[in-house]
Write a protein that binds this ligand. Structure first.
Ligand SMILES: [Zn+2]
Length: 257
């Protein structure tokens, strides 16, 4: 239960009828696992902490570098060289002391990831590489945990929700097969701060809606954002029966590499 002082923080938010005190209590009871405390993870974690999340598990094995500071707002020049999960935790605790912040300052293997996913109510993929994205998708599918995933290149963003609590949903791998060249493309093409901030905030929005039940989420849909031209499009996603992660036609020996 929230203390009076704590409730006071969220008065404006609780005044929205789709959210209300019920939504606020649901946030308070929820654990959000955020993979990556970079361009997407910073705005996502900041928004969820300010919105009254109960607990944030924040994973990142990298340290703060100068070129991160233009878009990863939880880090500061004074914390260059500090682990990103630890640096973000300092900022988030200052922002909202009612939120339990648990930094995991290392790269996690699939087994460690599974342990973290089991503790979470929602998983936010805020990483910057396709290998991790596929591993997170696989583990969330196996553990039946809802996953919010987003990606950014230049001024183009995409976001989707895979709610593995229901059986008939497509997964990330249905639409995005493994592509090792994708990461190279992303880092060489660059990315705009105005895009990562937007997409990370959208990830927080989808995660918050998943736990509060407010509105509806982007399940089986992909929201594509072309920020330079103000163009937002939503595409339908369909399950691939031959998908190596969730496909109904896959043999018992196939996949899960
Ligand atoms: Zn799939």
């Amino acid at each position: 239960m929230m203390q009076e002082k704590e409730k006071e923080r969220y008065l404006r938010q609780m005044a929205v009828k789709e959210w209300g005190e019920k939504g606020q209590e649901a946030m308070k009871k929820s654990t959000f696992l955020i993979i990556g405390a970079g361009g997407l993870g910073c705005p996502a974690a900041q928004t969820l902490a300010a919105s009254g999340a109960g607990r944030l598990l924040l994973v990142d094995g990298d340290v703060v570098e100068t070129n991160n500071l233009s878009r990863q707002f939880l880090h500061t020049a004074e914390r260059l060289g500090m682990n990103k999960a630890e640096s973000a935790a300092l900022a988030l605790r200052a922002l909202n002391p009612y939120v339990q912040i648990e930094p995991i300052p290392r790269r996690v293997d699939e087994e460690a990831l599974r342990t973290l996913v089991r503790r979470a109510d929602v998983v936010l993929d805020c990483c910057d590489n396709s290998a991790t994205r596929h591993a997170v998708n696989r583990v969330c599918h196996d553990e039946r945990k809802p996953l919010v995933t987003a990606g950014c290149i230049r001024a183009m963003g995409q976001i989707s929700v895979f709610d593995f609590r229901t059986q008939s949903e497509p997964c990330y791998a249905c639409s995005f097969p493994k592509d090792s060249e994708q990461d190279l493309k992303a880092s060489s093409l660059g990315v705009l701060t105005i895009l990562t901030t937007l997409m990370g905030t959208l990830e927080a929005a989808e995660a918050a809606k998943l736990v509060t039940g407010a509105g509806s989420v982007l399940t089986s849909r992909l929201l594509l954002v072309d920020l330079l031209h103000g163009d937002f499009q939503t595409l339908a996603l369909t399950p691939d029966p031959d998908c190596l992660v969730c496909g109904r036609r896959r043999s018992s020996s196939a996949g899960l590499s």
